[in-house]
Design a protein around this ligand. Structure first.
Ligand SMILES: [Zn+2]
Length: 292
């Protein structure tokens, strides 16, 4: 009996020591959620009206390709995952004419493992990968997260694998070829992800058939809406401007999604982090800084 107690005490001491000595364990499970903002390289040198019909024809540069990590007490949540890392060395091979068309700039520091390392994480630490949709600049690195649960609208999976005529251009099958082997949570609507209001996902078609945005509630910052491409720019939301085809799959759905997003913004006094707004992004804290 004595020996058993001694062994238990030793085990407790070892476990206790391990918990205290491992900074990554602490970093991964804060008491309240921490939100980190990243960009996967940048897009450059095209008219603003290519993002919003009715906007100016001024040339835009340093357009972010936003993605996010939420360190949540219940596990690491990633929202969107940027441009495929293969575009660092072979942009034209992977993106075809879109690489030059969108002035894609990627460096080795934009690689997903390098980005996650900025906040002490590895790709295998990501427990849930939520994608706003599966276009090349949002679902590009799904293949780097085979052990994560992919959280996606059911019809987005279908749109990516079997796009409507004319809407295949922004889907690259090589980006998401492993989704058939992954644990996939197929949504057909909204969800309060952890059941406590801290992470909510809203179905928001328009940009694509199965687009969705994520709403995060933070202790100090309050509510933050991560739009993905349900809306590109602050100006788009203010003036009701939608992207040209194929950036708009269904105009009516897109306008309804804008209205839903505005409603949440106004009722919860939420900050909106847009998918591709260079000015808003400039004013946003970037990883390793965070919002809590
Ligand atoms: Zn996008």
């Amino acid at each position: 009996m004595k020996r058993v107690i001694a062994k238990l005490a030793l085990a407790t001491a070892v476990l206790g020591l391990t918990t205290i000595a491992s900074p990554s364990v602490q970093a991964q499970a804060p008491a309240t959620p921490q939100l980190y903002v990243f960009t996967s390289g940048s897009l450059n040198g095209f008219p603003r009206s290519a993002l919003a019909v009715g906007a100016s024809n001024d040339i835009v540069n340093d357009v972010p390709v936003s993605f996010y990590i939420l360190k949540h007490p219940k596990g690491i949540v990633m929202f969107d995952c940027g441009n495929n890392d293969k575009t660092i060395t072979d942009p034209d091979g992977w993106w075809g004419p879109l690489a030059k068309g969108f002035g894609l700039k990627m460096t080795k520091d934009d690689a997903i493992p390098a980005q996650l390392a900025k906040i002490g994480l590895k790709t295998e630490d990501v427990k849930y990968l939520v994608v706003g949709h599966m276009h090349l600049d949002h679902g590009g690195n799904i293949g780097q997260f085979p052990k994560a649960q992919l959280v996606v609208q059911e019809d987005e999976l279908k749109a990516a694998w079997w796009p409507d005529v004319g809407f295949s251009v922004y889907y690259i099958p090589g980006d998401f070829e492993n989704t058939k082997k992954m644990d996939v949570l197929r949504l057909t609507g909204d969800i309060d992800f952890f059941g406590d209001g801290s992470v909510r996902i809203f179905r928001a078609p328009g940009h694509t058939p199965g687009s969705q945005f994520m709403v995060v509630r933070l202790a100090k910052t309050g509510t933050v809406i991560l739009t993905s491409d349900t809306v590109y720019l602050k100006e788009s939301l203010e003036k009701n401007l939608i992207p040209p085809v194929p950036g708009t799959w269904n105009p009516g759905d897109m306008y309804r999604t804008y209205a839903k997003l505005r409603h949440i913004r106004d009722t919860e006094k939420a900050q909106v982090f847009f998918g591709h707004d260079p000015d808003v992004f400039k004013a946003t804290k970037k990883a390793p800084e965070f919002y809590d």
